[in-house]
Design a binder for this molecule. Structure first.
Ligand code: P6P
Length: 339
């Protein structure tokens, strides 16, 4: 595409923004770019080859692993290992974190990656868009030693980069290194990502709310009160309900148009459903970098100190004023802050 910078060129051009990076973070982001192209190729032909349906086993979440889940996990894992950039990886599809010793098992790589390799996988068989979510930290344990759990249990405000790939009507990679949010669209004809959405900004307000209202009767009262507010005939309301069932897709639409996505606690999901480390934290980093907000209804997502690799938290994320209004309703029920 004429005069559009490619993702590779953009990463190199902005390498100076990466604190203490001597090119490793650039190389790491490029490996994620490569893996996303490989996964995109399979997602786009999923209906044509026997890669749909259940892989026949469950992941630690007790969810049936779809073949594309497993495939995407393997592709990202392999690419990260090959590029010798990371000392460890945690994934929704792996029970525990994976130690990556690197060349001659010297454990001298600086970064850890946490990822949901294929979010929204329940949509795979019905041709609805899915996504990959990734989060990158510098290790805190000594270089030259095997990575340890504490390297993965850092609060979200310590992320050095985060992003997602949305495999939709077009495939986009959206990421931040703490210097704004930038979106790149894949030109499938030549397999190159081009900068299509520089410096993405979340509208402060919006008219879209995304939540699975099927669980309404199980929601905390603050969520029920907020939904009633969204549905009232007043001041530019009622809002529109839009829920794809794929966090990456709902988040991406709301980032562009304005809106709020909520996955609260419920009797079905007492801690909420979304995982703090590789879903909520990366999306919260992106939301804040775009001028939006993300909380658990009470406290900022990026300040939650993780305790477990696969821990879940409630998520209220999107346009800053919409999340703020939802938090006003939640604040009337302080007991619900504990989950
Ligand atoms: P429910 C997909 O499994 C996911 O993690 C998110 O991408 C999505 O928003 C949510 O769960 C859908 O969950 O309970 O509404 O089907």
């Amino acid at each position: 595409m004429k005069n559009h910078i490619t993702l590779g060129e953009y990463i190199i051009e902005n390498q100076k923004d990466f604190q203490y990076s001597s090119g490793e973070l650039s190389n790491l982001l490029s490996s994620i770019k490569l893996a996303s192209k490989v996964v995109n190729h399979e997602v786009n032909k999923a209906g044509l080859v026997d890669i749909l349906g259940d892989a026949g086993n469950e992941n630690i979440q007790g969810e049936d692993q779809q073949k594309l889940d497993v495939y995407a996990n393997d592709v990202f894992m392999q690419t990260l290992v090959n590029r010798q950039m990371v000392c460890g990886v945690a994934s929704e599809e792996e029970d525990d974190f994976v130690i990556i010793g690197g060349k001659n098992q010297t454990h001298d790589n600086k970064y850890v990656v946490l990822m949901d390799p294929l979010d929204g996988s329940s949509n795979i068989d019905v041709n609805v868009s899915v996504g990959t979510i990734f989060s990158i930290y510098r290790r805190i344990s000594p270089i030259g030693t095997p990575v340890v759990k504490e390297d993965f249990l850092q609060p979200g405000n310590m992320q050095v980069a985060a992003g997602y790939v949305v495999y939709g009507t077009s495939t986009m990679l959206v990421y931040t290194t703490g210097h704004g949010v930038h979106g790149f669209t894949l030109n499938p004809a030549i397999g190159t990502f081009y900068l299509s959405h520089p410096n993405m900004k979340s509208p402060k307000d919006g008219k879209i709310y995304s939540i699975n209202e099927g669980y309404y009767s199980h929601f905390p009262q603050g969520v029920k009160d907020y939904l009633k507010y969204c549905q009232e005939e007043e001041e530019g309301r009622p809002y529109s309900a839009r829920y794809i069932g794929s966090l990456v897709s709902d988040f991406h639409r709301n980032l562009i148009k304005g809106g709020i996505y909520i996955y609260p606690t419920s009797s079905k999901a007492p801690q909420g459903k979304l995982r703090l480390l590789y879903e909520c934290n990366p999306m919260a980093f992106l939301a804040e970098q775009a001028g939006g907000w993300a909380s658990d209804g009470y406290k900022r997502i990026l300040e939650i100190k993780p305790s477990e690799l696969h821990q879940r938290v409630p998520l209220f994320i999107g346009s800053k004023n919409m999340v703020g209004k939802a938090e006003e309703f939640m604040a009337q029920y302080p007991d619900d802050a504990k989950y």
